[in-house]
Design a protein around this ligand. Structure first.
Ligand code: K7E
Ligand code: CUA
Length: 766
């Protein structure tokens, strides 16, 4: 075995790495030693090679996972499983300044419930916008189960732009799922409650409590997309606990499907000696799959057939039943996932308490509806289609089937088996189980690449597990989550990687081909990223100002390597400070931060962004502020003071006494340095301009930035020369120093551009 591995490794090393036979043999011996020391198998080595991404490498897919009760969305690359970002959604996130600047506070405030601020969310299901059933890479939605809400994230900058609160539900789970052309985002209720906000005793559960499915209208024009609350509506349903949903596609476009549990309509009361919910809600053998003709519902709503509840259009359960909008089909008890196949014909439902996974046929459902062949009506008058009339087949996959995802290979699906802690691979056209693989542990959702689209890519599968137990180094009783990567490209499933995530429950995730995402590297200058428009408070270089009105100090400031303007803010006790900051940077990754002592002020200024901090200074004192991103060599010098004076304070006359005094000799020395530095700058510029740098967009933006910095250098040079002419050596020397700072920045950026050109095979043009 050993020699065999050795031979294989030597071969790989020799062929792939272009090594001589001798070096290849040495490399193979070394690999073998690592395998031995770390106890790795050949399979492990293969998995490592398939997931390892060399320095600077990129991933093929980008996954967006629910952060569970953290209220965030987690972004990671596949197959490397490297985490790229946590997006603040329902929860403030200081690194992004989310929930600290006024612009993002306004987004979070859209999610207030009855005026109350909610600073977390229980996120479950992310979903991409689609065009013709394909992920288009423009937006992502995610729901909050605890406070029925949907958030919209723009994939241009990976920021949360909008939160909408469900006007009639008091909890929801079956969202967010998107229709094939992103016309609507569905959010189904979970625990029934009155649609109004008044008190209704549990005794009136059957009459007054309701469930339902909300269809949030999504609109996008000129690259700007938002949920239109006014045009959104709800199809009311009986007080069954609606659960997961999915939109029809292709064959079943225009329809949506929602599971339910507790169709027993049981109300617990364990404290009064009544059997608990878990008993009362799982007594019957079947619950109901809700089948909704949403296009018809939309027409009825537009024709005024709805009622208004809490300023929201609702199609009552009576109207929905009568008009042929809503149908029910029995499904094995306590189901969880409902997943529509890529062609839209199969609707796969799994019941947690039943070992069967059921494949419903859309064609059969349509036939039953057309023939008006029903087995009866539920107590709310909704027609019930007989299970046998809708079912294509049932398959026993294992214990606790939950969710299903689809492969690129025809008829192949993967179903999570919660109780078994396994993934079952099966053929849903033939109803045949093909293979099972163990996961660790208790899988919930699972995800294939572009698995919810009309053309899944398959390739990889991520198992989103409920428990990690012993998989990682222990970090206390609260364990990390375990996202497991499984290779599904071959005939057999292969477990490749365990990724620990230190955030909430990983309910669901979606993954998109990385090349479909085209995020910006900077904002247009003075941009309010949350409204996606030019900020009223945009401030240009040289136009910074402080406006004082009684009780208020309003600052229009800027940041750029390596200073904040203003560097001193003066105020009186009790003043309201309104601080607008614009990041003037145009360079990639030149974000500045802004933090101030004792006022919970923390901003993130990505290139081009304008943000506002608003706070009241309640106590006199000295409050340093600074940039929180290590943005440049003189980052630590990116500082300033907020000086809060007692009311009516009279300044003592006198100037700032500087710690160090400069002479003409100091000035001359600095100028000499600057002249030498200019030679470096010139040589770099000469290199760049003598090459076809315009063919490299990355370099073009660096050159723009360098040109800016050089412009600033020239301004500082002019100032220093003016002071030198007046023999003011103090100011002349300091401005000469500033001139040098800009030169250094220019050279730094220029060198980055030069290196890029050298490494990417730029051609000499003159
Ligand atoms: Cu199964 Cu909310 Cu989709 Cu958790 S969810 S399992
Ligand atoms: Cu800007 Cu540090």
């Amino acid at each position: 075995m050993r020699t065999q591995i050795n031979r294989v490794l030597t071969g790989i090393a020799g062929v792939c790495l272009g090594m001589s036979a001798a070096t290849a043999a040495t490399a193979a011996t070394e690999i073998e030693k690592v395998m031995k020391d770390r106890g790795l198998t050949e399979k492990n080595l293969l998995a490592a090679a398939q997931t390892y991404t060399p320095t600077g490498g990129r991933d093929e897919y980008i996954a967006f996972a629910s952060g569970g009760q953290s209220g965030h969305v987690i972004v990671y690359g596949i197959p490397s499983m490297r985490i790229l970002k946590y997006i603040g959604v329902f929860t403030p996130e200081p690194w992004q300044g989310y929930g600290f600047d006024e612009e993002s506070k306004a987004v979070l405030a859209q999610g207030n419930i009855h005026g109350k601020e909610i600073t977390y969310g229980d996120t479950h299901h992310p979903a991409f916008t689609e065009t013709k059933g394909e992920y288009d890479g423009q937006y992502l939605f995610i729901n909050d189960k605890a406070n029925p809400r949907i958030a919209l994230i723009d994939l241009k900058d990976f920021e949360t732009k909008q939160i909408v609160v469900n006007p009639v539900f008091k909890s929801s789970h079956g969202g967010a799922f998107v229709s094939p052309n992103s016309e609507y985002v569905i959010e189904a209720a979970q625990y029934p409650a009155p649609f109004t906000n008044e008190y209704v005793p549990l005794e009136q559960f059957n009459e007054k409590y309701r469930g339902g499915m909300t269809y949030w209208k999504f609109e996008r024009k000129d690259g700007h997309g938002r949920i239109n609350v006014e045009k959104s509506f709800t199809v009311q349903a009986p007080p069954y606990s609606q659960d997961l949903s999915d939109f029809g596609k292709n064959a079943s476009d225009g329809w949506s499907f929602t599971n339910s549990f507790c169709t027993e309509r049981y109300v617990g009361g364990i404290e009064k000696g009544r059997p608990p919910y878990e008993a009362g809600c799982s007594q019957k053998d079947t619950d109901f799959l809700h089948v909704v003709n949403w296009r018809k519902a939309e027409k009825l709503i537009r024709a005024g057939k709805g009622v208004r509840i809490n300023d929201h259009d609702v199609l009552t359960v009576e109207t929905a039943a009568k008009e042929g909008v809503l149908f029910l089909i029995p499904e094995p008890k306590s189901p969880h996932g409902v997943d529509v196949s890529p062609d839209g014909e199969s609707i796969i439902v799994s019941g947690k308490l039943d070992t069967h996974t059921s494949v419903y046929s859309f064609a059969k459902i349509q036939k039953a509806i057309k023939d008006k062949k029903f087995e009866g009506k539920d107590p709310y008058g909704i027609p019930i289609i007989k299970m046998q009339d809708a079912l294509a087949r049932q398959v026993e996959l294992g214990l606790g089937p939950l969710h299903t995802q689809y492969d690129a290979k025809e008829c192949i699906a993967y179903t999570s088996l919660y109780v078994d802690s396994m993934v079952g691979k099966w053929n849903y056209c033939e109803g045949k189980l093909l293979e099972k693989i163990s996961i660790h542990y208790n899988i919930g959702h699972l995800m294939t690449m572009e698995g919810d689209s009309v053309s899944p890519d398959g390739k990889y599968l991520v198992s989103l597990n409920k428990l990690a137990i012993d998989r990682f180094n222990p970090v206390g009783p609260l364990h990390p989550q375990n996202h497991q990567l499984i290779n599904i490209s071959g005939d057999k499933m292969e477990l490749m990687y365990d990724m620990a995530i230190p955030l909430g429950e990983p309910h669901y995730a979606v993954a998109i081909r990385a090349d479909k995402l085209k995020p910006v590297i900077r904002y247009k200058s003075g941009w309010n990223s949350r409204t996606d428009s030019r900020s009223k408070f945009k401030t240009r270089a040289g136009r910074e100002k402080t406006v004082r009105t009684p009780g208020k100090v309003e600052i229009f400031g800027t940041t750029i390597r390596s200073h904040i303007t203003p560097e001193t803010i003066e105020a009186e006790v009790g003043d309201e400070i309104v601080l607008h900051l614009t990041n003037l940077e145009r360079a990639q990754d030149e974000t500045h931060g802004f933090a101030i002592y004792g006022h919970n002020v923390n901003l993130s200024l990505e290139p081009g962004k304008t943000v506002t901090a608003r706070f009241i200074v309640e106590k006199e004192g000295v409050y340093p502020y600074y940039c929180t991103e290590f943005c440049s060599a003189l980052h630590l010098e990116m500082e300033g003071y907020l000086l809060v004076k007692p009311k009516g304070y009279k300044a003592v006359a006198g100037e700032i006494e500087e710690g160090t005094k400069y002479t003409q000799a100091d000035y001359d020395k600095q100028v000499k340095t600057n002249v030498a530095t200019q030679e470096v700058v010139d040589s770099v510029v000469a290199f760049i301009t003598s090459h076809n740098y315009k063919d490299f967009p990355e370099v073009v933006s660096l050159v723009e930035d360098a040109t800016d910095q050089l412009g600033f250098a020239t301004e500082a040079k002019t100032k220093s020369e003016k002071f030198a002419a007046d023999k003011d050596w103090q100011n002349a020397t300091l401005w000469a120093g500033q001139w040098w700072q800009y030169q250094v920045k220019t050279a730094d950026i220029g060198l980055r551009a030069k290196t890029f050109l050298e490494q990417n095979g730029a051609k000499k043009i003159k």
